[in-house]
Design a protein around this ligand. Structure first.
Ligand SMILES: Nc1nc2c(ncn2[C@@H]2O[C@H](COP(=O)(O)OP(=O)(O)O)[C@@H](O)[C@H]2O)c(=O)[nH]1
Ligand SMILES: [Mg+2]
Length: 368
């Protein structure tokens, strides 16, 4: 290959955190990025999702990180774009570490990203062990066989293949678990994914994170557990991806008297959750950001039976704001669109948040 070609850039550390929608990749990458910055390293980030107008990109950029976005589908089919994005970051920002977040439905990433970077582009990258993060409640449902059957068998297949190829499976959100519950998740994970090193962390509180970061920075081999040729049922993965419909949209919200974006975000997530329940459609990840200047509120909905969470709280009332919604739900995209648009309309009518004012007619669809 191009091994003898002059190196345009110094070698860069490539750290990719995978895992299902809502596992905590963005949260963990923000914490990891901060750690690198604290030790004097420069960080670049590449995000990846369905559609465009990505909430994660906005999250990383507003946190101050040089971020490139690879929209419209998985890294696993876009290695050239990933390489180009890395090159742009290197030209503009000279990062020492490149952090990558693949779309949460991504699988077969070891064969399509980790191994090529390691084997073909070793002059440009040294590749960290590949981690799949995992949400413990989701894992219990998906792996115990006795949980609520939220997703189809095909989506559950995709879910299992995601952890199956990881060097490290990190059980995230340990801050939410009792020791007994953690032991239960751990034994399920070890049983289902015997090749992986299993760790427990909280991207939110930092618990277990020193050890986690040490593994990422170690020279442990990356991509050891790649899915063997013939072991991946590509048709099922493709169907699972189709079953997980998506809808992204942006609105400009205004209310002359001001409104509480924290309340609006959570109410909107709740309205979408209720509407999805009515049609028995299981959310994988519905995320929304309401931003006005540097101030923003972010809400996340991860399941039909867990309340939406305000993962970032804004500081003051907003008068003008941009609302970006990214949804991935086991439902047809057209249905999802209807649900979200109707929920935004509904919330605009009912959210007389500050001094009884409503954001009603001011909510207009700008782009999607
Ligand atoms: N309690 C708790 N919540 C977390 C943790 N990590 C992420 N979350 C929440 O899980 C949701 C999804 O996180 P996000 O990082 O967007 O997941 P991603 O889809 O994998 O990027 C958000 O509401 C986060 O606040 C954690 O360690 N503990
Ligand atoms: Mg994310």
């Amino acid at each position: 290959m191009s091994m003898s070609v002059k190196q345009p850039h110094p070698n860069i550390r490539f750290v990719m955190l995978g895992g299902f929608l809502g596992a905590g990749k963005t949260t963990a990458l923000l914490r990891l990025a901060q750690r690198y910055v604290d030790t004097g390293l420069r960080v670049g980030i590449v995000t990846n999702d369905q559609g465009e107008e990505l909430v994660d990109t906005a999250t990383f950029r507003t946190a101050g990180y040089a971020t490139e976005e690879i929209p419209k589908g998985c890294f696993c089919r876009r290695l050239d774009e990933l390489l180009a994005a890395a090159g742009r970051l290197q030209d503009g920002h000279r990062p020492d570490v490149l952090l990558a977040e693949p779309v949460g439905s991504g699988t077969n990433l070891v064969n399509t990203v980790i191994r090529p970077l390691k084997e073909v582009y070793a002059d440009r990258f040294t590749v960290a062990p590949y981690v799949a993060l995992l949400d413990p409640e989701r894992a219990l449902e998906a792996l115990s066989g006795k949980g609520r059957a939220g997703f189809s068998a095909k989506v559950l297949y995709l879910y299992k293949m995601q952890q199956n190829e990881a060097d490290v499976v990190a059980i995230n959100k340990v801050d939410t678990l009792t020791p007994e519950r953690l032991a239960e998740v751990k034994s399920l994970v070890e049983k289902n994914f015997p090749k992986a090193k299993v760790m427990a962390v909280s991207a939110k509180t930092g618990e277990g994170f020193d050890e986690f970061a040490a593994v990422l920075d170690s020279d442990a081999a990356a991509g050891v557990s790649a899915i063997e040729a013939g072991d991946l049922d590509a048709a099922t993965v493709a169907e699972a991806n189709e079953q997980l419909g998506w809808f992204n949209a942006t609105w400009q919200i205004t209310a002359p008297g001001g409104f509480d974006a924290n309340v609006l975000c959570v109410d909107l997530a709740g309205a979408i959750q209720d509407a999805l329940k009515d049609i028995a459609a299981e959310p994988a990840h519905v995320k929304m950001i309401l931003r006005s200047g540097d101030d923003m509120a972010i809400a996340n909905l991860l399941s039909s039976d867990r309340p939406p969470e305000l993962s970032r709280r804004c500081n003051s009332a907003m008068i003008n704001a941009t609302l970006v919604v990214n949804c991935r739900v086991e439902a047809k995209s057209a249905v999802l669109r209807e649900v979200v648009e109707e929920s935004v309309r509904g919330i605009s009518r009912t959210c007389g948040i500050n001094s009884g004012r409503t954001v009603a007619q001011q909510a207009t669809l700008v782009d999607e």
